[in-house]
Design a protein around this ligand. Sequence first.
Ligand code: MG
Length: 399
Amino acid sequence: MVKSISILGSTGSIGTQTLDIVSQYPDQFRVVGLAAGNNIERLAEQIRQFQPEIAATYYEEKLPQLKEALADLPELPILLAGAEGVAEVARYGDSESVVTGIVGCAGLLPTIAAIEAGKDIALANKETLIAAGPVVLPLIEKHGNKLLPADSEHSAIFQCLQGVPDGGLRRIILTASGGAFRDLPVEKLSSVKVEDALKHPNWSMGKKITIDSATLMNKGLEVIEAHYLFGLDYDRIDIVIHPQSIIHSLIEVQDTSVLAQLGWPDMRLPLLYALSWPERIYTDWEQLDLVKAGSLTFREPDHQKYPCMNLAYAAGRAGGCMPAVLNAANEQAVALFIEEKIKFLDIPHLIEKACEGFSGQNIQNPSLDDILEADRWSREAIVKASEQLDRKDSLISLS
Ligand code: MG
């Protein structure tokens, strides 16, 4: 049985690794739709190779370039552009599963379109759930779709949970590699550069998530993601630093037994499971060799050095729109850092100010519009605050 899938963010890290799986296992998967941003050359190559029925670029102005790049094809797929074009790819045709690999909150609306069209979601875009958990989860319930985690930690938890009865889960232990600066003394963090932050020790990922790993905000965001996916309170979700990234996360069940999922750090594994669940597909990928892996070590995360984790726990506990504010603040601050407009340590500082500034207006059970508005507010607050960074005391009020 060939499974039909569509991929949002097809030219990014998640998208290309998913297509790598499709090209290795063409008897298992078929591509119905592809959506990408501005990498038109790669999107055109992908369309030639995988022959989807529909494709879109997020950028309206790039559509002529895409059409031109494919002009010699005897038969063109439906070609669309803009946010609505991407949403159309998400809901189009007979795809059973949509892989959401669009970075950031931009993935939210097409993910909602896919859910409303009855597709299962292979969730590689954690921001969708973090910003809009209170809207996405009831929608999933209403439409009866499956939300299958493709984030490696959440895939590990999900894999460990197979066979655990309802109510059996007691605690989640998320593992963290520690990111690019795990061995750097805290006093050196103030002077690190963008290129330093982009060197991830274990995983090959996109820019934004690699910076998030260096600040450990990625792990903080994953705590919120785990809360929404698996329904545990925040005080039952822990983080442990595990530099080798061989154990991808663990669960503790009611009797204190602990289950873990292990493997080489390779995003294709959680992606494949999100697509094949509940089946297990044979692969010829390198098998885990524990002797070669050597020692597996663990240590406590340093909350002084990495304040983003505590900011995420606090935003998660505040609930409502606050995770959306945290997430948007982080996206905006990371973008400013990549543009070299702010320093590394400004990232947590600005996010904290945005969350503080919003706390008086937070509401529980927000609508999608409330969430989008909180997202917009937060990005604006970060930009404003970043422009005032030299004058330290002007940061105090953001509201
Ligand atoms: Mg992860």
